[in-house]
Design a protein around this ligand. Structure first.
Ligand SMILES: NC(=O)c1ccc[n+]([C@@H]2O[C@H](COP(=O)([O-])OP(=O)(O)OC[C@H]3O[C@@H](n4cnc5c(N)ncnc54)[C@H](O)[C@@H]3O)[C@@H](O)[C@H]2O)c1
Length: 324
């Protein structure tokens, strides 16, 4: 049995509690949240013990789940790691690069498992592609959300775009060469909408647009590679693969076209997985990493790299601001 303590029982923390409750190998020890209103709801709805200080809760746990606002991630994670506890921390893993760097070294020194909450890695629309060889050369992403004051303590880059940055760094097997970016702060003091172009050393180019002031929601990633177009709809949890191949495969929907290089077969498929609860899968993956002493699926370096690119983007945006 792995004893878990939850730090922050706000909007996302409650979703985490719902998932932890269903796992037979997890015992929920209690929670820490400085807000009396949030605490009252957690006590009433989940019958959980409220701890007065983070230290008291850390003491009682094998692993902590940090779902507080981002500015508090570092102190809570560092305190837990220093006591040798495993850490699940929501994205972005920390507020500054200095903090993220320190968390990486502390994690390595302590030899604990740290997983960052890049939940889209576990989205069924992406998992449906696990048997396909992905080697994108051009990526187009739109992640648009309606305005919500929650999460606005950080820019749209660290709030929303970081999900796509993490996935792209995971898919593209090459280092970042250059970044161009611009963004506008409309409703808050940091960029609420941004457009970014990331070029990789292997020639791949990714264009990302993120907005938290949109009229409608959209979370789509389109990958283009030598032999295929792949559409991933994270919101609808749907995947489309349009592949060019030399011959028909029985059972696949396909048609033939003439190309300058001769006849080719275009096959269209909508791969699926049985799984559909991304959050459950990510929290379960954390537990399995601890139980089986295997690497975290989204580890401290993944969290660090996505933050590093996000901060480079923010610096580019700052430099591009008009002088008034
Ligand atoms: N993975 C995702 O898709 C996703 C989605 C939403 C939010 N998040 C992340 O989750 C975190 C929480 O977001 P939220 O939407 O639940 O915010 P929220 O404001 O609804 O909840 C945060 C809770 O943390 C509590 N809190 C404040 N200071 C604390 C401290 N020092 N220790 C413990 N708890 C503290 C607050 O009282 C509140 O109840 C943020 O880091 C955010 O970026 C991730």
């Amino acid at each position: 049995m792995i004893k878990i303590g939850v730090f922050g029982v706000g909007h996302l923390g409650k979703f985490h509690l719902n998932n932890w409750k269903t796992m037979a190998e997890v015992k929920l020890v209690g929670f820490y949240d400085p807000s009396d209103a949030a605490a009252e709801t957690a006590i009433r709805e989940y019958g959980l013990q409220r701890f007065k200080t983070p230290e008291e809760l850390i003491e009682q746990c094998d692993a902590v789940d940090v779902v507080s606002p981002t500015p508090f991630h570092f102190d809570l994670c560092a305190a837990a790691i220093r006591k040798g506890k495993h850490v699940f921390v929501e994205k972005p893993m920390a507020n500054t690069m200095e903090e993220a760097k320190t968390l990486v070294s502390l994690t390595r020194e302590a030899g604990i498992k740290l997983q960052v909450g890049h939940v889209e890695r576990f989205n069924p629309a992406l998992l449906a592609l696990k048997d396909m060889k992905l080697n994108p050369m051009f990526i187009e992403v739109h992640r648009l959300a309606q305005f919500n004051p929650r999460g606005t303590e950080v820019s749209v880059i660290l709030d929303l775009m970081i999900h796509d940055i993490d996935i792209i760094l995971h898919l593209v097997n090459s280092d970042v060469r250059t970044i161009s970016a611009n963004g506008v702060a409309v409703m808050t003091d940091t960029p609420d909408i941004a457009n970014v172009r990331i070029e990789f050393h292997n020639g791949c180019v990714a264009n990302l647009t993120s907005s938290r002031i949109s009229m409608k929601k959209m979370r789509k990633m389109r990958l283009f590679q030598k032999d295929a177009y792949i559409g991933i709809d994270f919101l609808e949890k749907k995947t489309e693969v349009i592949k060019m191949q030399t011959e028909k495969v029985p059972g696949e929907f396909s048609f033939d076209i003439e190309t300058p290089n001769g006849k080719r077969t275009i096959a269209i498929a909508n791969p699926k997985t049985k799984e559909d609860n991304a959050m459950h899968l990510e929290l379960q993956a954390f537990i399995e990493a601890i139980r089986q002493n295997k690497p975290s699926q989204v580890d401290e370096m993944d969290g660090f790299r996505s933050m590093e690119v996000a901060h480079q983007i923010l610096q580019k945006i700052q430099r591009n601001q008009p002088v008034v």
